[in-house]
Design a protein around this ligand. Sequence first.
Ligand code: PLP
Length: 374
Amino acid sequence: MDKIIYLDHAATTKVDERVLNKMLPYFNLSFGNPSSMYTIGRKNKRAIEDARYIVANELNAKTKEIYFTSCGSESDNLALKGVAYANKKKGKHIITSKIEHPAILNTCKTLEKQGYEITYLNVDNKGFVRLDELENSIRNDTILISIMFANNEIGTIQPIEKIGIIAKQNNILFHTDAVQAVGNIKINVEKMGIDLLSMSAHKFYGPKGVGALYVKNGVEFERIQDGGHQEKGKRSGTENVAGIVGLAEALKLANNNLEYNNSKILSNRNYFIEKLKQINENIEINGDLEKRLPGNINITLKEKDSMEVLLKLDEHGICASAGSACSTGDSAPSHVLTSIGLPPEKAFSTLRFSIGKENTKQEIDYVIKVLSNV
Ligand code: PLP
């Protein structure tokens, strides 16, 4: 096989052809600045507002509750810092978990330096936060709970609705980093009690460099970037019109085809796991098997260095990951794997495959063949 077998959809996805076609005119035909008064500017403003309508609709939100950003990381920064700065008179305590993405954890580190207090919740051996620990961590000065919807390394899906209820009962805002969930799980912010939600287009067959933040009407948050009036003054900078149009189209397509794609992906995932077990009984699967992103497989191979295995796979055109893409190059073991109780040597022997909508059983057979030689 000389083509690439891409099994790293949690790192990023390729832009869907239909999304690309929607985006292309905004690069060189309809290139006006959306803030300009003339026709090609106004047309692009309209395109952004149409995209906002689509995104709001897909989340069961209102158009005025959607803010476009440059990526998931920016959405996370804006959510946490924005809420922290706007609510500092109410309190300076935030609750999050130990297995969040660095976009959350490093934002929390910055807030700690600015005098905020952060509680990092433990997770159990499948990666779930414990709701009793969450409730016990709530204080009079807690202003925000930020728990990721689904984990980027082990795929575990948190009990979001239950967290939403706890937040509401205690009059605390609830943010969720849904970067891995959007496009894989149908999200209803109203029903799930979510006050703020981050997403990123490149995880669901949209372009890189564009994200969105949902902020429930009435939630106070401050801008973190100074500049012009774009995005109702909350996120300055000339809008990435093509990217925003692409994000909306990708989200609509992902949700319209969710059931079909997920059942195919799930069937391929189960097939992959079965075959893996046939070649090596000692393989351990990390995370929960039920409440898990459909495409995620996270396995520990006994006494194998994951970097060596990845290089071998790469020689055969197979793309997978040793953890999250963002932590590649880190010499420390993954914080997610150590938080679920893996000792460092096992964390260094762990691989993540993330299956996408276009992968086939034939590709999986080939990967299994290569893995069995490794
Ligand atoms: N949050 C999670 C859970 C992620 O998996 C990622 C990216 O992998 C991000 C945030 C950051 O998103 P972006 O790459 O768009 O900045």
